[in-house]
Write a protein that binds this ligand. Structure first.
Ligand code: SIN
Length: 499
């Protein structure tokens, strides 16, 4: 069990999680909780208070190779289980996560910082993928193809890809894992999970519950520590048949290049640069609510957060006024405190990036309409910020800010909005607000994005396909389509069928 050195504000919460048997600060290989072979560790901190929470093993190539072997051995029996056997085990895992919803959410807030209400939402969202794919396990139908030959029958069957390496980010410590692992397991694959080193504890708690659910040893393995070494071991192994990654476009491109040597399948959910278009016939209240939810969810640290708010000339002043008013109602603080809507950013480096974007925008003529500085609570906190009169030359319009800053940019015509929205290499999520069905439909169709929210700022749900186009990635996660990423199609031609 983990050593907990912190005697500060996080202690009571950690004790509760420890008592629930969910503080598992080790790697998981072949069903055993293990340390790094050389005993090295990595600290995990609470971003809200800076407190040390615990330490986890700093693993590398050797442990990853063991985890791959473990997954490879487990694949032999897991892939042979019936779909209903796999479905029942996944269902039990889902139920156990929901039974421990409070503890997992608190652990998530401790290590990631998001407000407890959002963490509870993520536990339901994350568990939802397991529930969904427990059902989809039974629906991996094949095909019978009408045969052009009298003596042959043509069939397609779906089979699991094999061992899958999943590499996941810190912004959604549970949901980004279950979104990959649940369809992989449902399809009959086994996994090596590499959670983010900043937020490994939620992943380990979920892994513990998978054991309690009866998912056999080796089906789920968890390693963390030296990300480049772990990534290289996963990429180079011929036993690993697929990598599923959520994270930056820069790392995604490296993985894509690395996967070439063994021709691995890839799912990539990479960065976005979401436009949020407010047309002049939008309902202001709906647009403000949607833009606020999209922009400031998880303190602006999601790949689908509105990054650029495009507002049509005729509605700009009214929208800006109402938006600033709504932003002033956000409450910054420690996510465990009642009423807090904005937690810290993940670390000070994230705050520095936000500061750089804001400085750049102000130096190029943006107006500061709200916030614009760190919060008195500490180095990881940044005030929800609104910038007016942003222009396309600003850094913040070109790159994801990944923080609580909304730049407002004016546009004149729908065509201008579409051009600005599409003038990026990213293509994950876009939002548009309009009261006219035909106008909004036309704009939605013209947006080069994998997902569009129309009069809605929070579009993520386990039952809809999540993913991007252009440099935002490959493949779709969640929904009935998500399991296809973990299945191979096999064509079987049966000959000599003449009576
Ligand atoms: C992400 O930021 O990558 C995921 C966001 C979501 O699932 O809503």
């Amino acid at each position: 069990m983990a050593t907990i050195a912190s005697a500060g504000a996080s202690q009571a919460v950690l004790d509760k999680i420890n008592n629930a048997g969910l503080l598992r600060a080790k790697g998981l290989i072949s069903g055993e909780w293990v340390s790094a072979e050389d005993g090295r560790t990595l600290p995990v901190y609470n971003p809200a208070t800076g407190e040390f929470l615990t330490e986890v093993p700093l693993m590398g190539e050797r442990e990853t190779l063991s985890a791959i072997d473990s997954a490879h051995n487990a694949f032999k029996s897991w892939s042979k289980k019936t779909c209903s056997e796999r479905s029942k085990l996944l269902r039990r895992w889902y139920e156990l996560i929901l039974e421990k919803k409070e503890e997992i959410a608190q652990l998530m807030t401790l290590e990631q910082g998001k407000p407890l209400k959002e963490a509870l939402g993520e536990v339901s969202y994350g568990a939802g993928f397991i529930e969904l794919f427990a059902e989809e396990a039974k629906r991996t139908y094949g095909d019978i193809i009408p045969s052009p030959y009298p003596d042959r029958r043509l069939l397609v069957v779906k089979q699991p890809v094999g061992v899958v390496g999943t590499i996941t980010p810190w912004n959604f410590p549970l949901a980004m894992i279950t979104r990959k692992v649940a369809p992989a397991l449902a399809a009959g694959c086994t996994v090596v999970i590499k959670p983010a080193e900043l937020t490994p504890l939620t992943a380990l708690a979920a892994a513990e519950l998978s054991i309690q659910a009866g998912i056999p040893p080796g089906v789920i393995n968890v390693v963390m520590g030296d990300a480049p070494q772990i990534g290289a071991a996963l990429l180079e192994s011929t036993k690993v048949r697929k990598i599923s990654f959520t994270g930056s476009t820069q790392v995604g491109k490296k993985l894509m290049a690395g996967a070439a040597s063994t021709v691995k399948r890839l799912s990539l959910e990479l960065g976005g640069n979401a436009p949020c278009i407010i047309l002049d016939d939008a309902d202001i209240e709906v647009a403000v609510k949607g833009a606020l939810a999209s922009k400031y969810r998880n303190s602006g640290q999601t790949c689908v957060c509105a990054n650029r708010v495009l507002v049509q000339d005729g509605i700009y002043d009214k929208f800006a006024e109402a938006f600033i008013q709504a932003v002033s109602g956000l409450k910054v603080g420690n996510g465990l405190e009642e009423g807090v809507t904005q937690g810290p950013l993940i670390n000070e480096a994230a705050v520095k990036k936000v500061e750089q974007h804001v400085e750049d925008a102000l130096s190029k003529g943006a107006m500061l309409l709200a916030g614009g500085h760190r919060h008195r609570l500490g180095a990881a906190f940044y005030e929800p910020t609104v910038l007016g009169d942003a222009t396309e030359e600003m850094l913040i319009m070109k790159e994801e800010v990944f923080g609580p800053v909304a730049p407002l940019i004016r546009f004149k015509t729908d065509e201008d909005a579409i051009r600005i929205a599409n003038s990026t290499e990213a293509g994950l999520a876009a939002y548009l607000f309009s009261g006219s069905i035909s106008r909004a439909w036309r704009v939605a169709e013209a947006l080069e994005y994998g997902m569009v929210g129309w009069n809605e700022g929070v579009i993520s749900t386990e039952v809809a396909p999540f993913g991007g186009v252009k440099q935002s990635g490959l493949g779709r996660e969640g929904s009935k389509y998500g399991i296809d990423e973990y299945l191979e199609m096999k064509y079987i031609c049966i000959g000599n069928m003449l009576p």
